[in-house]
Design a protein around this ligand. Structure first.
Ligand SMILES: Cc1cc2nc3c(=O)[nH]c(=O)nc-3n(C[C@H](O)[C@H](O)[C@H](O)COP(=O)(O)OP(=O)(O)OC[C@H]3O[C@@H](n4cnc5c(N)ncnc54)[C@H](O)[C@@H]3O)c2cc1C
Length: 334
């Protein structure tokens, strides 16, 4: 997403559309209806790319900054907070747990306490097909969502997210025949999956140990904000370490999750309630400017308070009396 790219550039990694494929907005598709919003930041696109490509850029940047990467080394975390790397004791000034959703560092540092607002199962697969749109398309099915991201000139990535762990990519695509038809049959890899949660921890810091990224809390994958959150937190953590103030990191970290988790709540309500979904999509389809503005809120370009003050009543009206908005089937090309 454009906001994630902005944070990433502050970390010294400047992705280009040739790293994958650029996209200029988001499209929701539900039951034959669709709504589009372009990114408000004129001319600044999002970039869809393979995770390995991003990883390679991050590794090169870390090495250029002088980071010593110890691939394949076993890390032992001892009860007395000592750490062994490949059998040798490792002294540390600060220890950062950036080890994902099931963080071992989090457990070890006693930072597990928190609340999980949602828990869903995500799968992804790449298909050899020319992207038919320069929007990321979110297709809403009965069991969950399938979202399509262009990741190259002849490649798209399809990710599905569902509450039922048994709902795999092929099950969700079977609910979306129009999408299945566009994808064709040439899958470039096998399906891979992971848990995605909306989760908040009571604390993300313990002494000189701090958590970052999914290890420190998360918003459901449908928000597309997971990576951006990690980049934002990494920048903030670096500043707080520099000023020797992890208490500040703890305070500021909570703020990073607020907006993505609010957006996750709305999207999950759309997931659970077909009526709300149809009304919300009808409203966004009939008022593209509203969708664009909402996307701006999602990307942090406008505060949610300002949006609610300006548009809250219209949104409530449009949701309660859908007939007042001209919700209809739209056929919008890209
Ligand atoms: C289906 C799906 C689609 C998604 N789509 C998007 C999207 O489009 N955009 C977006 O921004 N986000 C998306 N996300 C969310 C995004 O993937 C995560 O938010 C992001 O990967 C979190 O990054 P992280 O570095 O904190 O954790 P991770 O990416 O999980 O990385 C943690 C790393 O730590 C390593 N590790 C863990 N334990 C150990 C150990 N004991 N020893 C050594 N290494 C260890 C792991 O191997 C891994 O490399 C999606 C998630 C899912 C499930």
């Amino acid at each position: 997403m454009p906001d994630s790219l902005h944070e990433l550039s502050k970390l010294g990694v400047h992705l280009q559309p040739r790293d994958g494929a650029a996209f200029r907005g988001i499209r929701f598709v539900n039951d034959g209806n669709e709504a589009n919003a372009q990114f408000p930041s004129a001319g600044v696109p999002g970039i869809g790319l393979r995770r390995q490509t991003l990883h390679q850029h991050l590794v090169e940047r870390a090495e250029a900054a002088g980071v010593c990467l110890r691939w394949g080394s076993t890390v032992q975390l001892m009860e007395d907070r000592r750490v062994f790397v490949a059998g040798k004791a490792m002294a540390y000034g600060w220890l950062v747990g950036a080890d994902g959703m099931n963080s071992r560092v989090r457990r070890w540092a006693g930072l597990e306490i928190g609340s999980t607002m949602s828990r869903r199962f995500g799968f992804r697969r790449h298909f050899h097909v020319k992207p038919w749109s320069d929007f990321v398309e979110v297709h809403w099915g009965q069991s969950g969502q399938a979202y399509v991201t262009p990741t190259g000139p002849d490649e798209v990535c399809v990710a599905t997210v569902a509450r039922d762990p048994h709902c795999r990519l092929e099950n969700l695509l079977a609910e979306l025949p129009h999408l299945q038809q566009k994808l064709g049959r040439v899958a470039l890899d096998t399906e891979r999956g992971a848990l995605t949660t909306t989760r908040r921890l009571r604390r993300v810091v313990s002494g000189n140990i701090a958590l970052v990224g999914d290890a420190s809390g998360s918003a459901d994958a449908i928000t597309g904000e997971g990576l951006g959150l990690g980049f934002r937190q990494a920048l903030m953590l670096a500043e707080c370490i520099e000023s020797n103030d992890l208490a500040r990191y703890h305070r500021e970290h909570a703020k990073t999750l607020q907006l993505p988790q609010t957006m996750a709540r709305v999207m999950l309500l759309m997931d659970r309630s077909p009526t709300f979904r149809a009304r919300a999509l009808g409203l966004l389809a009939s008022e593209p400017a509203l969708f664009t503005r909402l996307l701006g809120v999602h990307l942090g370009a406008e505060s949610i308070t300002r949006f609610v003050a300006a548009k809250g009543l219209d949104v409530a009206r449009g949701l309660i009396w859908p007939a007042h908005s001209n919700a209809s089937t739209l056929a919008t090309g890209s």
